[in-house]
Design a protein around this ligand. Structure first.
Ligand code: HOZ
Length: 430
């Protein structure tokens, strides 16, 4: 574990005096792995540098956004240019139209998009839109999926809520939580049965097409199709929460990877290129119900912020170049397969999942992890030891076994070789 006399641990002591738990988002606090969080000072490409001057190869990438790595010169340049012009107007800009246009041109079936400032806002607003559009209240979600921290969605959630053992938070009104029906991810029969019974009361099924908040769990064959069919036959809307998977599991996300069309898509992370951006979009018929063109209210002072739009637009243009995606995805495969090979050599049970540039390893005897039950029965103690071993080797992994890993185009073959050698050393001591 990192030494208690570091600048990071001193900063953490101070942070706890002024910020609840010392962090501005629970998953940063190292609660799941023990020890104290690393405080970072700068980042470039695949690396982050902490307050003590140590370098880490970064596989968290700010929980997904930095698909180009940190500080890509084109993105930084776009941001700097916009900073010189203005940081915010609270009024329309050409930039937000350009970004909306660009996203809609990339995503089939998405005619209109509304910008917000976070993934939580995107999913929260998408749920309101679905409820307003259908005139129904009930919502179906899946255990272990995390869709941000709004009331209707913080029920049996993944990510930090799962890590801290409060998947259904106090403070969420029971009358609202009761409207959220939580089912088992990848259980086709269950969702079909439930939708047969109550589908006519359901406003939406919301799903992370590849779950990135209980490690990384892809859909089994037919699962997303079943959701689509259940929604179509009952009049419920299908919401893909692609805050994490958007432009990461495939050049255009789940629509491209699985060929399933959602009614509403939620985006975030990558589309802001490291600045706070979320968005929700869909067909014109649905999106025009949002105020001011329709009656369903949603708003935001800094929504479509020009600096964030400049960052997002520069990022999306780079990552949608034809030869961008495959090398990053191939590097992800190399990393994940390499770690599992080294675990096998060290006689440590491990399996993995990865889709495009999102990945996860599981300390588990199971051959394939496809559901929540399997995820929570993995060896979290062994993960913690692995995490701290890798941290000492200068490799920064997500500080919880219920989080996905990410890859960027800034990672090199050498970074992966180094990481695999480090994994070998760490695994041999577990
Ligand atoms: N969805 C991210 C973690 N799984 C968000 C990061 C956070 O909660 O801070």
């Amino acid at each position: 574990m990192i030494n208690k006399t570091t600048r990071s641990s001193k900063l953490f002591e101070n942070a706890k005096k002024r910020i609840p738990g010392g962090v501005n988002s629970p998953v940063r606090a190292f609660k799941a792995v023990g020890g104290t969080p690393v405080f970072f000072k700068s980042a470039k490409g695949a690396y982050m540098f902490d307050e003590d001057g140590r370098r880490f190869i970064d596989f968290v990438l700010s929980w997904g956004p930095m698909l180009l790595g940190h500080g890509h010169p084109v993105v930084i340049d776009a941001v700097k240019k916009q900073l010189d012009r203005a940081t915010t107007f609270g009024a329309p800009t050409a930039l937000e139209v350009n970004l909306a246009d660009y996203i809609c041109s990339l995503l089939p079936g998405i005619d209109m998009i509304r910008m917000v400032n976070s993934g939580t806002e995107a999913t929260m607003s998408a749920v309101r839109l679905a409820r307003g559009f259908t005139g129904r209240d009930k919502l179906v979600k899946f255990e272990g999926c995390y869709h941000g921290h709004s009331d209707s969605l913080l029920v049996k959630a993944g990510s930090g809520a799962l890590t801290l053992g409060v998947p259904s938070s106090p403070g969420v009104p029971a009358c609202l939580a009761n409207q959220t029906i939580t089912l088992n991810y990848n259980d086709i029969n269950q969702v079909q049965q439930v939708m047969e019974q109550i589908g006519s009361e359901v406003a939406a099924i919301i799903v992370e097409p590849v779950v990135g908040n209980m490690n990384c769990v892809p859909p089994i064959s037919g699962f997303l199709n079943a959701l689509r069919e259940c929604c179509t036959s009952t009049g419920a809307l299908l919401i893909f929460d692609e805050v994490m998977t958007g432009f990461r599991i495939n050049p255009i996300g789940a629509i491209g990877e699985y060929g399933i069309q959602p009614d509403i898509i939620c985006l975030g992370k990558v589309i802001g290129g490291g600045l706070p951006v979320g968005a929700f979009g869909g067909s014109r018929r649905i999106m025009e119900q949002i105020a001011p063109s329709g009656p369903i209210y949603q708003a935001g002072t800094l929504a479509g912020n020009p600096v964030a739009m400049a960052s997002g637009l520069a990022t999306l243009k780079l990552i949608s170049e034809p030869n961008f995606f495959t090398p990053v995805s191939d590097l992800t495969t190399k990393l994940v397969d390499g770690i599992v090979d080294r675990a096998r050599d060290a006689n440590i049970p491990m399996t993995s999942n990865h889709v495009g540039t999102m990945w996860g390893i599981f300390f588990s005897h199971e051959e394939k992890i496809t559901n929540y039950k399997q995820v929570i029965s993995c060896d979290t103690h062994r993960f913690s030891n692995f995490f701290h071993g890798m941290l000492s080797e200068g490799v920064y992994l997500a500080p919880a076994s219920f989080e996905a890993g990410f890859m960027s185009s800034a990672h090199s073959e050498q970074d992966i070789e180094y990481t695999l050698d480090a994994a070998e050393r760490v695994l041999s001591k577990l």
